[in-house]
Design a protein. Sequence first.
Length: 534
Amino acid sequence: KILILDFGSQVTQLIARRVREAHVYCEVHPCDVSSDWVREFAADGNLKGVILSGSHASVYEVDDRAPDAVFELGIPVLGICYGMQTMAQQLGGKVEGSSHREFGYAEVRAHGHTELLKGIEDFATPEGHGMLKVWMSHGDKVTQLPPGFKIMASTPTCPIAGIADESRHYYGVQFHPEVTHTVQGQALLQRFVLDICGTRPDWVMGDYIEEAVAKIREQVGDEEVILGLSGGVDSSVAAALIHRAIGDQLTCVFVDHGLLRKDEGKMVMEMFAGKLHANIVAVDASEQFLGKLAGVNDPEKKRKIIGGEFVEVFKAEAAKLKAGGNGHKGATFLAQGTIYPDVIESGGAKSKKAVTIKSHHNVGGLPEQLGLKLLEPLRDLFKDEVRELGVALGLPHDMVYRHPFPGPGLGVRILGEVKKEYADLLREADAIFIEELRNFKDAETGKTWYDLTSQAFTVFLPVKSVGVMGDGRTYDYVVALRAVQTSDFMTADWAELPYALLKKVSGRIINEVRGINRVTYDVSTKPPATIEWE
Ligand code: XMP
């Protein structure tokens, strides 16, 4: 196993993810664990190496240091950014503030052939120096090597960008190998954990399930848990995992707010009640939601109403469950499908040292209002890992690889006032679009257009236009198709769907959905447009 000590960087969990990608077991713990704790952690003889993370702070602002025991165990240590600086300082080197901040892309020269960087390079200079394309983010730098160390990498502005003591297997890099912008980052981390630490690459997602199941059982004991199931990937995977751990001690609550996609409720019930035999309460609150939304046009007001109403419905169900009955003694835990990017965005990273960027609805509020303890078994995972876990838990591929669906659902895809009539038309049109995206394969890649797009959906425009059908005139509604490709949903390109696909979709929608006589395709990028229309 590998121990990752977290000094509060925004990207510490990325280190863990890279180590897992190398199929090696690792644990992230705060940097201020005691030396005794470290020795205890290593006592089973399985600890093969330690990674010290970066920090958002400077060594001058905080006095965080690695527990001394880390350097007494005789095992390899890799320091990243702040981790390298504190290692250098603790072992007798010197760190100084720098007038020149380096932030972003940098090219680093790799010196000689350290065991860590041997054969790892992106390109060679005409003089034959191996070069790495990396991502840097630091102000301070190491200015004097600790005894026993040599320089492993440098840039013109940061002469000591990497250090190595090969006899003790201590390495430090000023850049961040855990981010994908560092092209050889995975190769470097893999070299460290596999070759230098000598771990075996035998960790798989199945092991994660066992570890997570054991942790959930320990945390929950014989108490009961409720979970709000939305049909989305995160809450579904969380539900399946918790159900695997504690079976009937889990109750899922599925709220139909009347703004779900076609057959969403049916699919969720078949999966969780039918296949997994999980306790699930389905609440049809569609009239209540649509009632509250009547006459409301403003997108943000609509979002607030839907979010607020959701909390009310969920609270009422939780109170019923808390009151017990039917052999239940009442829930004391609220489970949520919070995943790592949600945690980091909310500034809730484990060490409590990361800086808050924005609040996320998944994390705050509800548990306190309900007086329940939080259970968040996916907190350390990234989206693609959650999907892999879902498949390993036996959830269907189609469910786990679904496009994201916003919490307010069709509420933000019906422009202006939401009406049941509009939602019904939109559900039908959208189901046709998604079905055809799943049917159409790209000849070159063999992938379906559903898999080739990141998010695709139909938007209802409450305007009417004239058409002709048979011999008659129609005066019906318009829908827009939206399909985008993006890696992070922060920026997005509209997808160049094949004309044959668009033709099929528009033909089917106009013929099969009475009330819609015109289909348009949205060709706006984000920015300046957003992915959703509201
Ligand atoms: P935009 O429209 O801002 O969307 O480009 C980016 C991503 O966020 C989703 N989205 C939401 N998700 N509640 C959510 O849970 C919301 O209110 C919301 N608004 C947008 C959107 O579907 C896209 O994936």
